[in-house]
Design a protein around this ligand. Structure first.
Ligand code: F6R
Length: 607
């Protein structure tokens, strides 16, 4: 949600800032801006996608070796240039970029206006610039002015401030919205996401909540400390710059779908002992004793991560025999969940920064539950705040819609289920499941090699504006996920239902203009799902089947997408792939950009 970049060193800042913004554009793309310090502050902002800012940057001079930049996803104020960051104070002496929300901005703004401050935007962020200005007017040094300002705000922030009067210095502060500092040779970078820095350095320092850093070319000083931060806080990014480019594909979403065979391999690497039928999860080794004691697991997540959790519920209950509940993190955090020391709360999150999921984990900690993370982004807040966890190792996901992250979440959840079974002496399915997992990359590749099936399905759907996704048992969550994917990138209204529920209401929608996409692999639910297909057909409904058995199903349906057969527990990992491709192709067929769906941003760090 919104992207921040900062640079201080000896090179020209503008190209570095613009390059960082282009990497982060997927985080927000309704407006963007930069501010470069050079005796004064030069600020250039533009409404719309980054290319609009690029055009302006070419027209105006912005020399200087210290600066900040931002790409915005609107929360307060319409997406117009005046609401774009960087925001400034009345005199143009202070500029800042801010991610997050200042909850008490209205009262702060009213106070500032009553003392003569003039505001030029509708944003909550602008109050921070005026508050800092007010304090500096009273001779407070910049750092103290930022500290004192933040002591008076309620809400969340990832904030970077620059002042025309303090050369070659950036102040960075974090509370609930991530910031990372990149360490170079006599230069430093700041970003809301390490992907914006990786082209320059892999050495990074993640700021913690409540920390304020003074960043100069020489060093990083924390919370007013006279000594610079040392190596102990530094970590290394473990992926490469190539992973943040499209690699020859027209869109990140397609690239990320196509790389799923490798993603599954990466999630499995080093974690399966096929000879002894064991699963090795280093991230859980240290808490084995406590894990063996738990009597219940609550999985929390949002959106696709929540749907992955629903598959996880089936997996863990069937494989390890532990009761599981899955809850939307945004609900969990606001009720009084009945959890104890013997409950493990597992947060699933690609970004590791989703505000609701992070708060759910904090609530679980307050209740003394064991907190676990299934997280993709190394060093993210959820990864750091949970007691233990497992990374899904999908690499950076740039496309706004979760694809490879979802598939790697399912893969890793299967490993977690096997591991939990192992701790309880349950081994019956382990050999078969590990062997099945090892086959998945090849099987996913087979689906990707037959993409033409998807194009036929897209043609059958034509210009439809509505459809149902249906599935049962392991495939109910895949129906929800398929519907979410289609609606978010192609704007076709889609609903996911478990097929058993169809007769309790949704079937009323069915006629020849209302298509259904039915997940019907040959599994324990096949006959039941087959009956549902007959019911749909009897009402004239158009049906696209995603199945492992074209021969049985093909004659009754309008289009058929065939996928390889695997074990029932693993089948969702294969059957979700055609739903991703379908959403992608529908978006492209409608001339939409699947990487930048309207009103959405990649990482939701606000409520
Ligand atoms: C859908 C999608 C979202 C995310 C959700 C959680 O395609 O990407 O629904 O799954 O916002 O995000 P993370 O996993 O980062 O917590």
């Amino acid at each position: 949600m919104c992207g921040i970049v900062g640079y201080v060193g000896s090179r020209q800042a503008t190209p570095i800032l613009m390059n960082g913004l282009s990497v982060l554009e997927y985080r927000g793309y309704d407006s963007a801006g930069i501010c470069v310090q050079n005796g004064r502050l030069t600020t250039i902002r533009a409404e719309g996608k980054l290319v609009e800012l690029e055009k302006k940057v070419k027209r105006f001079e912005s020399h200087g070796t210290c600066g900040i930049a931002h790409t915005r996803w609107a929360t307060h104020g319409v997406p117009e240039e005046r609401n774009a960051h960087p925001h400034r104070d009345c005199t143009g002496s202070i500029a800042l970029v801010h991610n997050g929300i200042i909850e008490n901005y209205q009262e702060l703004k009213a106070d500032l206006m009553s003392t003569g401050h003039l505001f030029s935007s509708d944003t909550d962020s602008e109050v921070l610039a005026h508050m800092i200005e007010e304090r500096m007017k009273n001779e407070m040094p910049l750092l103290q002015a930022v500290e004192d300002t933040l002591a008076h705000v309620r809400g969340t922030y990832g904030l970077v401030v620059v002042s025309k009067d303090v050369p070659q210095t950036l102040i960075a502060a974090r509370m609930g919205s991530p910031l990372v500092i990149g360490v170079g040779e006599d230069e430093h970078y700041i970003a809301s996401d390490p992907s914006a820095l990786i082209a320059y350095t892999k050495d990074v320092i993640y700021l913690d909540d409540g920390e304020i850093a003074v960043v100069t070319s020489e060093g990083v000083h924390l919370n007013g400390s006279p000594s610079a931060l040392t190596g102990s806080r530094q970590s290394k990014i473990d992926w490469d710059v190539e992973e943040t480019t499209k690699g020859g594909h027209p869109h990140f979403m397609l690239k990320e779908i196509m790389e799923q065979p490798k993603v599954i391999e990466d999630s499995l690497r080093g974690r399966m002992d096929l000879i002894h039928g064991r699963c090795i999860l280093g991230g859980l080794e240290g808490i084995q004793d406590r894990l063996a004691q738990i009597d219940r697991i609550v999985i929390v997540g949002c959106g696709s991560a929540y749907y992955a959790g629903l598959v996880g519920e089936y997996l863990i209950e069937e494989i390890a025999g532990i009761p599981v509940e899955v809850e939307l993190a945004s609900e969990f955090r606001y009720r009084k969940p009945l959890i104890s020391e013997r409950t493990a709360v597992l947060a699933i999150s690609q970004s590791g920064e989703t505000a609701d999921t992070l708060e759910a984990i904090r609530e679980a900690k307050r209740k003394h539950a064991l907190t676990l993370g299934l997280v993709n982004t190394v060093g993210s807040s959820i990864a750091r705040e949970t007691d233990a966890g497992v990374y899904n190792h999908a690499g950076p996901e740039v496309g706004v819609a979760s694809t490879k992250a979802f598939v790697s979440q399912l893969t890793t959840l299967t490993l977690i289920a096997i591991y939990l079974g192992q701790l309880r002496g349950v081994h019956e399915r382990t050999h078969a499941l590990l062997a099945g997992l090892a086959e998945l990359p090849k099987q996913v590749q087979e689906i990707l090699d037959h993409r033409e099936q998807i194009l036929e399905a897209v043609t059958s759907l034509g210009s439809t504006e509505h459809c149902l996704f249906l599935g049962r048992k392991f495939h109910a969550p895949i129906a929800y996920e398929g519907a979410l994917k289609l609606k978010e990138v192609s704007y076709v209204h889609a609903e996911g239902y478990t097929s058993g529920e169809m007769k309790h209401g949704p079937i009323a929608l069915i006629d020849k203009s209302f298509p259904s996409i039915v997940l019907c692999p040959k599994d324990s639910m096949f006959e039941k799902t087959w009956s549902n297909i007959e019911e749909l057909k009897a009402r004239g409904g158009m049906i696209i089947a995603i199945t492992t058995d074209r021969e049985s199903v093909g004659s009754l349906v309008d289009a058929c997408i065939e996928i390889p057969q695997t074990l029932e527990e693993l089948q969702p990992i294969l059957s979700v792939i055609p739903t991703q491709l379908l959403a992608y192709e529908m978006a492209v067929a409608r001339s939409l950009d699947p990487d930048k769906p309207r009103n959405l941003a990649k990482s939701v760090t606000v409520e």
